[in-house]
Ligand binder design. Sequence first.
Ligand code: FAD
Length: 560
Amino acid sequence: MPYTAPVSEMRFLMDHVLDAGRLAGTERFAEATPETIDAILSEAARLSEDVLEPLRRAGDLDPARIENGVVRTTAGFAEAYGRIAEGGWLGIAADPEYGGMGLPQTLSSCVDEAMAAANLALSLCPLLTRGAIEALRHHGSDSIRAAYLPRLISGEWTGTMNLTEPQAGSDVGAIRTRAEPKADGTWAVTGQKIYISWGDHDVAENVCHLVLARLPDAAEGTRGISLFLVPKFIPDGDGRPGVANGVRAISLEHKTGLHGSPTCVMDYAAATGWLVGGEHKGMAAMFTMMNNARLGVGVQGVSQADAALQAAIRFATDRRQGRTARADEPAIIGHADVRRMLGRMTALTATARAICLDCALSIDMSEATGDAAWRARAGFLTPIAKSFGTDVGCEVAELAVQVHGGMGYVEETGVAQYYRDVRVTAIYEGTNGIQAMDMVGRKLMDGGVVARALLAEVADIARAGGDLGADLERAVSRVGEVTEWMVGADMEDRFAGATSYLRAFALVLGGHYLLKGALADATRMPLAAFHIRRILPETIGLCDAAREGAEPLQALDFGS
Ligand SMILES: Cc1cc2nc3c(=O)[nH]c(=O)nc-3n(C[C@H](O)[C@H](O)[C@H](O)COP(=O)(O)OP(=O)(O)OC[C@H]3O[C@@H](n4cnc5c(N)ncnc54)[C@H](O)[C@@H]3O)c2cc1C
């Protein structure tokens, strides 16, 4: 099934909505010129469309398997991964000191979207490696950075993230994996981790696990967690993979989707580990990795939404059923209800992409300027990007199945794969419920300063937008009122409304981005009108629900 990377859409968003040109005006990202951006995007599109997409179906039908303790990935995956590594794609946003290109995340997020849309399962491997690169760059010792970063950035070695254990999912503080000090300064790591993506594979020569574990004297909960680097093969004196370490994959999970990605149960048997980020400082180091991955997972949601939307438009343009009201559109794309679905899919996908890129831009500007306001803006947008991006991925993929009718539910068209693959994105990297709680908890700790500033940005555009802008302004006021309520409310009451509040906030941001785009290019006005008139009214119900408080939920009786 053909997929076309939405390069011109990404360019439009960067240039006319997010004003991403300001990045090139900073010393840090001076190399992110329009020419460089064009060259990177068109190369990424070619790799995604020609190399990664043709393997998407193979990953689904011929999943990774484990044979005599060795994980074998889908035929063709190792070669395709090799193309990603050789092209330098792992390092486009990485530190030039270790071989990276140092380009902005705004650009690398576009590249991520294209690669994930083409092959979500395979692209998860570089995504996790990039998280490991960030964690080691910020928290690794000089010797660890020197030994590992060049290999990870070149893609010769890959990285994983090992948090989850059977009794410790969302509650990371419940982990039991232990780390005992050894005489030579390294640590012996023992325990079992579950659901570890790309925990073992045959696409690269070494796997570098970042593992959360507890020291013998550790306090209870998250305060007592430390982070360790545990390589599959311990580097020898020349920095090459040497002796095998005491870590192995003992089985692979059978999943709803994302079959091409090996999801491993990992056994650590006194495996040699190196401490990263200090004793009991594991959560801080892990957060570096997780924040990076949260935005990356939001982008995964956008990627599946866009690929499913493209498939739905192709199908609807071809399939004929009944007489449509439009002489120029005899296929089902002429039917009002099909247009409703495609309009919703388009508006939600565009909104989610803009939120993710705005989040990436805020991270970049914070890095380039050191300005705390940009950092806080990025922090506020991160749970929205993860949660809304992946909710949209699920909703749009589901609608794509609906547009296909029975052809969507049977597997031949491949659209059901998007629906199955994307589902996990709302679960991993912190479930979407946990993201919403982060937004109304930690991210409103500032008393609502960032939230108000973002709503003020939307209101500015709304005032320039005529009647549509007036509708958007009303939605801004609604969300603004809930923000004030949240800031003053008890935490349990906030949590009870968190998911509704996050979605209402995201929809209002969507009104902003789409209207701003339409003011720059009038051909985009019908989509902005669709969003503001047909989707934004949902904020009325969402805002009412967000303020209901916890008590009505506690009063529910489930007969349990
Ligand atoms: C395919 C796949 C790949 C994965 N890859 C990795 C990986 O590479 N590395 C890794 O470490 N992990 C990985 N995971 C694990 C993933 O991050 C966890 O599944 C996720 O964090 C949720 O944990 P859980 O499954 O134990 O669910 P639980 O934590 O048991 O959650 C169940 C439900 O309860 C809700 N809930 C839990 N706690 C709270 C709370 N305090 N307040 C409100 N609601 C709550 C959740 O939102 C959810 O709806 C992967 C999982 C899958 C399925």
